[in-house]
Design a protein around this ligand. Sequence first.
Ligand code: UDP
Length: 321
Amino acid sequence: MNVLVVGGAGYIGAHTVQALRERGHKVFVYDNLSTGNLEAVPEDIHFFEGDIRDGDFLRHIFAEYLIDAVVHFAACSLVGESMQDPAKYYNNNVVGTLSLLNAMKGAGVEYLLFSSTAAVYGEPTSLPITETALCQPTNVYGRTKLAIEWSLADYAQAYNLKYTALRYFNAAGASLDASIGEAHPVETHLIPLILQAVTKHKALQVFGDDYPTPDGTCIRDYIHVLDLATAHVLALEKMVQTQQSAVYNLGTETGFSVLEIIKMVEQVTGLVVPYTISPRRAGDPARLVASVNKAKQQLGWQLQHSDLQQIISSAWQWHCK
Ligand code: UDP
């Protein structure tokens, strides 16, 4: 297929671009480079610098390059910032996606694979979290992603659109050759921050040690970005084959606490992680662990890289490089 990856210069997008190409799809990348890195885009790929709110540009690309499917990563994704500046998040994420959907509708592009998040669930009522769990997001970022999922469902029932929403748990790790990794202009994610703490000798803040978990720190489900990328390829092909829309969780069904992650970083790097205990971060649920039965059974997806040591080793190699 001819696939347009919007947000393809970002961390998960760039890995997915690679996986789609390895599978033989013709890939085009569209990104406004607000947080993406041009170095993460292969040189021999057709790259368009543009914003998803630019419907005319998108329509032109859809028609000119006979795009069959869109994989959509373009979003603002900082939880804290989303609470302080909701306008930015509703504009970029929700208005932007509607612009993309309208351009697809106008051009007759039928398939959309959407990068969603476990943040749509909010505080879970039971674990592991299945796709049928109640969605009660506790922050603006999660609400924008859920609003998009609703618009996808409404467009799909009314127009000629099939969609798949992939709800990621905690993406982590880097490509095995250390060519692509997690580099955000403003870093808020745990594993890159721990690696920075190690190399810059600047204490990590552990947000809360009084949660109802065995060591008091939050538990999350960390999944290797390469396993996420593979799931995108399988989900896209499944959607086209079955002509059905779907929602899948992507995680590992295993949770690790913040202190367990710190210990694993110390084991992998042989260095001490300096940290202090800080107050809880607003909106952080104590535990988030996915059920991924559905993706495994329906997509034939298997985890290949998501052992915690592998995740952290790959992130560390990329960080050193
Ligand atoms: N965390 C932390 N210190 C930091 C950043 C994150 O203790 O400087 C914790 C955070 O409270 C959460 C976990 O690490 O429990 C993962 O946070 P991250 O922001 O990486 O992902 P999230 O789970 O929010 O999507």
